[in-house]
Design a protein around this ligand. Structure first.
Ligand code: HDE
Length: 703
């Protein structure tokens, strides 16, 4: 009996073929093959258009197994969406190590320079439902699954380095308050409502995070231009058992960039899938987005002298205090084959760590380690979700767990328990004290109680430091965002309470918001601990100070009409392709446009469907006659007016003046308006618009 299974591997879903039980072998038709349509049982289907009926107009027959199977499966297509981070988009790639970190961590993926580890990344918003729009003002999830040779490591982070709360027990309250209100079930995907600000204004510990989500970080230009953060302090542990604290950072090679709030509102209408489309287009066109993985490493000595508790997830460690060491790069180079199978079924779990990486006592992280596994069972319906290809390790794995719904990969060993006396192979896997996961042996003592340590009590100092680290434009955007969101609260007491709290951050900010809301500045809420005013501004916290420096992968919209200059359009296309910039021709009609030399080109977009918010910069290049005609059309006028209001660079030809004048844009208003007399000016335009926004313009819009 024992001999039957001798020498067989237990189970594995890695790249290397391994033997598994016969039940796992399938003959599904491969991608690209021409297949006959069959039922799930493999019977070829002859007619997929008509149900089986009695007579031409008669009732349907119950025996129509193809119909019943098809509808039955359809009825069960949905799984519960994620309770938070429901809307997301994923892609595959790899992580490549720059150097060996062997002296700091035993983690196998960091052991060898140049080694590549396959990864899957899912970006997301937090509050909105699965079908909500991409440009909601919200935190973005940045979850990375590393399929290392020593097991899966999930770094489930956000694009903001701090969080709203200090203790996981408040997470359901936070999310209930942020999501739609319980009676109306609106608003969708926004915090601009009473319940969120009621909760936020009663939770001083949220203040630092509030500053971040009211900043432009919460409306990124796309996933490609966001930073990512592991948020918590983790541990690296080396072969000697020495622990080093680590905070993880993702730095986009594309630079940081966000959109303006008015632009976000319009993008949501014009293209609710703007972020996912951007990622898909970038990867499928070969412009693979890249991030560098950075680590802030520090020891107990630093932790003890740092002004805040390193276990408090509402605090960050300024990069100026502990520099970010870049240790490798993440490249996303493959879109999914199937959204549901990969992105929707991806199950990230903070407790997925590998030897050499360990947790700290951050109370938020400890709570997450329970929540993520639990939530996957609810969503994916079976403890066997770990066998789904997107979740399974790519290294050998062997457990004694068995059975359950959808048991896809099954043990074929004789023993399903341990200890057992069956011999090698037959008796199944064995524990390995030498190579197995080792928890860092941190000492722990103390009375059992529900308390918050005194070291978590300062809620305002870093909020102020963040605010003071912003450029004037960014500061104004923060003030405007608070004003907008609070203006949507119908309870005026909530507005005042929030402003009263913000007085502890910055008096000018509080006064600016009070003025915008038309209220007098309320008395400050006395803070639990007086905020510090000696923290130096940290330039790393500003988006604009870390903006993009290159146009590659950007999109420029060229508005033309019949009679537009053919030489110019050709020169623009050529210059764009040299710089890896995508150009789209926008015209009154999406079909043919006849240029001044009689040549006919196809437009990419009709102006009604392609507002300038979809582009990083625009060129207005119709013929003079075309411009007069467009000057009567609201979508064309909006195209120019929005590009101007959103501080974009606008290239224009002499013929365009009627259209520009129709929306009150004077061609010499500022240096962000660039005259393009002919093909020779094209290069100059591309060079000028590298910073992508002409921020000086927005000063004239300030209140
Ligand atoms: Fe999450 N979070 N979270 N979170 N989180 C989930 O897990 C939770 C927190 C983050 O693309 C859920 O699979 C608790 C911080 C991302 O699939 C759930 C607490 C950070 C994603 C959950 C937090 C995150 C999630 C819902 C407070 C940044 C999406 C669905 C202690 C460091 C992952 C799911 C993906 C998803 C719980 C706080 C990031 C319910 C209890 C802090 C990126 O398990």
């Amino acid at each position: 009996m024992a001999a039957k299974n001798e020498g067989r591997k237990t189970m594995s879903l890695g790249d290397e073929p391994v033997e598994v039980g016969d039940g796992a072998e399938t003959h599904q038709v491969a991608k690209g093959d021409v297949a006959k349509l069959t039922t799930q049982q493999g019977t070829v289907v002859a007619d997929d258009q008509n149900t089986l009926r009695i007579g031409f107009r008669g009732p349907a027959a119950l025996e129509d197994f193809h119909f019943r199977e098809k509808i039955f499966h359809f009825d069960h297509e949905r799984i519960p969406e994620r309770v938070v981070h429901a809307r997301g988009y994923g892609a595959h790639g790899f992580f490549e190590n720059y150097e060996s970190l062997g002296d700091i961590t035993e983690a196998d993926l960091f052991a060898r320079p140049g080694e590549r580890t396959p990864t899957f990344v899912r970006f997301s918003t937090v509050a909105g439902n699965k079908g909500s729009s991409d440009l909601a003002r919200d935190v973005r999830g940045f979850a990375v699954k590393f399929y290392t040779k020593a097991g899966n490591w999930d770094l489930v982070g956000n694009n903001i380095p701090v969080f709203f709360i200090q203790d996981a027990i408040k997470f359901p309250d936070l999310i209930h308050a942020a999501k739609a209100e319980p009676d109306t079930d609106f608003p969708q995907a926004q915090t601009a409502h009473d319940n969120f600000w009621d909760f936020a204004s009663l939770m001083p510990e949220s203040t630092h995070m509030l500053l971040w989500i009211m900043s432009d970080r919460a409306i990124p230009r796309s996933f490609r231009f966001m930073e990512g953060f592991g948020v918590h302090t983790f541990r690296f542990v080396n072969t000697e058992g020495k622990s080093t604290y680590v905070k993880f950072h993702w730095k986009p090679k594309q630079g940081l960039q966000s959109v303006m709030w008015n632009e976000a509102l319009k993008i949501n209408g014009a293209d609710p899938d703007f972020h996912r489309r951007d990622l898909w287009d970038a990867i499928t066109s070969g412009a693979y987005p890249e991030w560098e993985l950075g680590v802030q490493l520090f020891d107990d000595e630093f932790a003890d002298r740092f002004a805040f508790d390193v276990l408090d997830a509402t605090k960050l460690i300024p990069e100026e205090d502990v520099p970010v060491r870049r240790i490798g790069r993440l490249v996303l180079d493959r879109v999914v084959d199937n959204f549901f199978a990969e992105t929707e079924q991806a199950a990230f779990c903070t407790q997925n760590v590998v030897r050499g990486i360990d947790f700290t006592n951050d109370p938020l992280l400890q709570g997450r380690n329970f929540s993520y596994l639990d939530t996957q069972l609810k969503r994916l319906g079976s403890p066997n979700f770990t066998f789904l290809p997107i979740n399974a390790p790519k290294c050998p794995f062997a457990t004694f767990q068995q059975d359950g719904h959808m048991a896809i990969i099954n043990p074929v060993t004789r023993a399903n328990y341990e200890p057992n006396s069956w011999g090698p192979g037959v008796g199944g896997p064995r524990e390995d004290p030498a190579d197995g996961y080792l928890s860092y042996p941190e000492e722990g003592t103390g009375a059992k109680r529900r308390t918050r340590p005194e070291s978590f009590a300062d809620h305002y100092s870093q909020a102020r430091q963040f605010y003071l680290s912003q450029t004037p434009v960014e500061k104004r955007h923060i003030g405007d965002a608070f004003t907008f969101e609070l203006s949507k609260c119908r309870q005026t007491a909530i507005r005042s309470r929030m402003v009263a709290s913000l007085r502890n951050v910055d008096e000018d900010l509080a006064a600016y918001i009070a003025d915008g809301l038309g209220i007098s500045v309320p008395s400050a809420i006395p803070p639990a601990r007086a905020p510090r005013d000696d923290l130096k501004p940290s330039p790393a916290l500003s988006l604009l100070a870390n903006g993009p420096s290159d146009l590659a992968g950007r999109k420029i919209g060229i508005l033309v009409s019949d009679g537009a200059s053919s030489a110019l359009v050709m020169a623009l296309r050529e210059a764009a392709s040299e710089r890896k910039v995508v150009v789209e021709i926008v015209s009154p009609k999406v079909g043919a446009v006849t240029l001044d030399d009689g040549s006919v080109i196809e437009a990419d977009q009709q102006v009604d469907g392609a507002p300038s918010v979809l582009y990083d910069a625009v060129i207005v290049a119709p013929s003079a006659e075309g411009a007069s005609d467009l000057a009567r059309k609201p979508p064309a006028k909006d195209f120019v007016a929005d590009a101007y209001a959103h501080a974009k660079f606008i290239g224009y030809t002499a013929g365009a003046s009627a259209l520009l004048e129709s929306v009150g844009v004077a061609v010499d208003a500022d240096d962000g308006l660039v005259a393009i007399a002919g093909p020779d000016d094209v290069g100059r335009f591309f060079d000028l618009c590298k910073p992508l926004r002409f921020w000086a313009r927005v000063d004239s819009f300030a209140r």
